[in-house]
Design a protein around this ligand. Sequence first.
Ligand SMILES: *[C@@H]1O[C@H](CO)[C@@H](O)[C@H](O)[C@H]1NC(C)=O
Ligand SMILES: *[C@@H]1O[C@H](CO)[C@@H](O)[C@H](O)[C@H]1NC(C)=O
Ligand SMILES: *[C@@H]1O[C@H](CO)[C@@H](O)[C@H](O)[C@H]1NC(C)=O
Ligand SMILES: *[C@@H]1O[C@H](CO)[C@@H](O)[C@H](O)[C@H]1NC(C)=O
Ligand SMILES: *[C@@H]1O[C@H](CO)[C@@H](O)[C@H](O)[C@H]1NC(C)=O
Length: 344
Amino acid sequence: MVEDCSLPSKDVNGAKSHKKYPMVLRTVVLVLVLISSVYICSICLKQKGIMIRSSVMRVKVMDEPCRNPSIEQSELPYIHFPKPTAYSRNECTCTPVRYFAILSMQRSGSGWFETLLNSHINISSNGEIFSVRERRSNISAIMATLDKVYNLDWYSSAAKNECTGAVGFKWMLNQGVMQNHEGIVEYFKRRGVAAIFLFRRNLLRRWVSLLANSHDRDAKQLNGTHKAHVHSRHEADVLAGYKPTIDVAQLMVDIEQTSKWSADAVQYFNGTRHVVLYYEDLVRNQTKVMDVLDFLRLPHRKLNSRHVKIHTRPLSYQIENWNVLSKSLKGTEFESFLQSDYQK
Ligand SMILES: *[C@@H]1O[C@H](CO)[C@@H](O)[C@H](O)[C@H]1NC(C)=O
Ligand SMILES: *[C@@H]1O[C@H](CO)[C@@H](O)[C@H](O)[C@H]1NC(C)=O
Ligand SMILES: *[C@@H]1O[C@H](CO)[C@@H](O)[C@H](O)[C@H]1NC(C)=O
Ligand SMILES: *[C@@H]1O[C@H](CO)[C@@H](O)[C@H](O)[C@H]1NC(C)=O
Ligand SMILES: *[C@@H]1O[C@H](CO)[C@@H](O)[C@H](O)[C@H]1NC(C)=O
């Protein structure tokens, strides 16, 4: 069309006709040209309209089968129907998927907690994926990683792939969460990700666990390998055999820092759907674990973990300089940390 209209030879012809033909004929030709151009334009517009409408229809057709009227309106931002790039969800295409992240700190029971969740048929928690530095080097790298996990394109032994009902991972606050909290909170709100905070109440026990774990990293007490988590009582007893000497000043710095981080983190994520859990409560009370399944809107099931708790004895047996330490904590707000809190 464009070519026809702008050919210079036509212009030359047009100039000639100017002299030869009378006014009437020229007017008729002009009118014909006008009519035909209006006609062509209207066809063009109609075709465009059809194209726009058909693409709208296509999107609708693809989403339609996954509408589930039994899901409340308020839950809609939290359910998703991911379309993984590498495989098809098959018969579970329309099984809604919820997104979560376990936000915690080292030696707070999150390893145990995650294996507990993964024993549920509908949950895939993919481990500590941000322990790899490149994945958290900036907010774009973080978001790309999150996209992959929540699109069910992340491969880990925990992945239940096509039929998963809740997908997430474990994220330590010192793995880029605190530094990038603004972008992460924005992402969680935008994509309806639920935050599960898991903290430990007894920060003295956490400190003992940190020191023992750090000692084993060098000592490699289990046949020359370092283990952060164990699966037998025997292994647990070997690791618990180490009694750290506690520097009270260092302990105070850690308690202060840990308390501040947990409070700040909960504050940052206040505008997202979240729950705050304490390790001690989960260990003592199975109902609290079921509360987590309610939070994820998943059916109750008996959950289990192969993890065996390492430090089970009263702290007086597990700290080398117990007398000094207990004297310095007596009368402070941290005195309760000295009591054994697992024995029922
Ligand atoms: C973010 O980090 C990734 C991985 O380290 C890097 O490839 C990318 O260039 C970084 N992007 C920006 C905007 O800094
Ligand atoms: C849980 O998994 C089972 C088996 O894959 C599936 O039939 C069921 O619909 C799932 N439930 C939820 C809530 O995802
Ligand atoms: C070390 O390995 C031996 C033989 O494989 C095994 O019997 C023993 O229990 C292991 N010890 C520990 C502490 O895991
Ligand atoms: C979170 O926000 C609510 C109100 O929006 C407020 O009542 C609550 O104290 C906040 N919690 C924290 C931990 O900041
Ligand atoms: C266990 O947790 C449930 C719900 O979180 C609570 O109602 C109950 O009182 C707790 N039981 C004990 C013994 O603490």
